[in-house]
Design a protein around this ligand. Structure first.
Ligand code: C2E
Ligand code: MG
Ligand code: MG
Ligand code: MG
Length: 291
């Protein structure tokens, strides 16, 4: 099943960039330089509270500003980092940038918590916890201001080791989120064991919400499940107003999607935050070159 996953990625990569294997090899080497020479940049996408209509969190999403290929989306290089032993360096780089951005916002009176995506590979590294933990301590950032998003599939393989590590993060005070919920086939028994605060319903169930009765059933029961387990529930991939309204009516806690804002550079996020009085009406500057 792993081999199939790799092939899927390779296919996506090939379609996107039309590269041959030599160029792919270059990209592997380039990634080392990218991490060292700060070619990785973070874009930010708000998560808004459907109750207060305020932006409470913002998710950091990495992009690679490649010197010749232009801006590359994460789906084109995260798997390379994972397969070539560079994912720890990449995640550390991303985490540090996100924490630094959090402190800049905090110092400028912009109070949003920041979410960072963590790869399953990171949870296999025993030094990962101390890096993350030391980074927040050194920046005087309270761990509860940082959410770690981990995809649901993490809990299907290596469950015990992953849970043990996530428990350490929880005890330190970090918020934990299950990303892409509904796509990873975790069982309810597993879900019950997880030390998480938040379920993030995968965008495949959300983007077509008001046109699909099946998706409505899935989303409604996931909201109920999350709430019954004491978890906060987030819908990602909201692309239109009717879906946003539907989610509000059905008690979803947080919302994220292109309808509210695309992922944008930090400065554009700040400008959007200042200009928007109602997240449903304002649109973010469309400078996400990948979307
Ligand atoms: P994710 O964490 O589930 O992030 C959501 C993805 O959906 C983002 O794509 C975002 O731009 C996109 N999205 C948000 N709203 C909408 C919408 O309304 N409609 C549609 N169609 N898409 C929407 P992006 O930025 O390309 O990231 C893709 C994935 O790459 C992320 O999925 C995450 O799993 C991974 N990723 C991103 N940044 C990092 C990182 O720093 N580290 C690691 N390990 N993975 C990352
Ligand atoms: Mg995420
Ligand atoms: Mg997701
Ligand atoms: Mg995803």
């Amino acid at each position: 099943h792993h081999a199939r996953k790799v092939n899927q990625h390779a296919q996506v990569y090939h379609d996107a960039l039309q590269v041959n294997s030599v160029e792919r090899l270059n990209l592997i080497n380039d990634l080392k330089t990218a991490i060292a020479e700060q070619q990785l940049v973070l874009f930010y996408q708000p998560k808004v509270s459907l109750n207060s209509k305020k932006v409470t969190h913002v998710e950091a999403l990495v992009r690679w500003q490649h010197p010749t290929l232009g801006m590359l989306p994460p789906d084109e290089f995260i798997y390379i980092a994972e397969q070539t032993g560079q994912i720890d360096a990449l995640t550390q780089c991303v985490f540090l940038m996100a924490v630094e951005q959090f402190t800049r916002w905090r110092d400028n009176n912009i109070h949003v918590n920041v979410a960072v995506n963590i790869s399953a590979e990171n949870l296999k590294n025993p030094d990962f916890f101390s890096f993350v933990s030391n980074t927040v301590d050194n920046h005087n950032v309270a761990p509860h201001c940082i959410t770690l998003e981990v995809t649901e599939s993490v809990f299907v393989e290596d469950t015990e080791q992953a849970i043990a590590l996530l428990l350490k993060f929880k005890q330190k005070g970090f918020k934990l989120s299950i990303d892409d919920y509904g796509t990873g086939y975790s069982s309810l028994a597993q879900l019950k064991q997880l030390p998480v605060h938040e379920l993030k319903i995968d965008k495949s169930f959300v983007h077509n919400l008001t046109k699909s009765e099946d998706d409505q059933i899935i989303v409604r029961s996931t909201i109920e499940l999350a709430h019954n387990m004491g978890l906060c529930v987030v819908a990602e991939g909201i692309e239109d107003l009717p879906s946003l309204q539907w989610l509000t009516q059905h008690g979803c806690d947080l919302a994220q999607g292109f309808y509210i804002s695309r992922p944008v550079p930090a400065q554009s996020f700040e400008a959007w935050l200042c200009s928007t009085s109602d997240y449903g009406r304002a649109s973010a500057p469309s400078d996400d070159v990948m979307s």
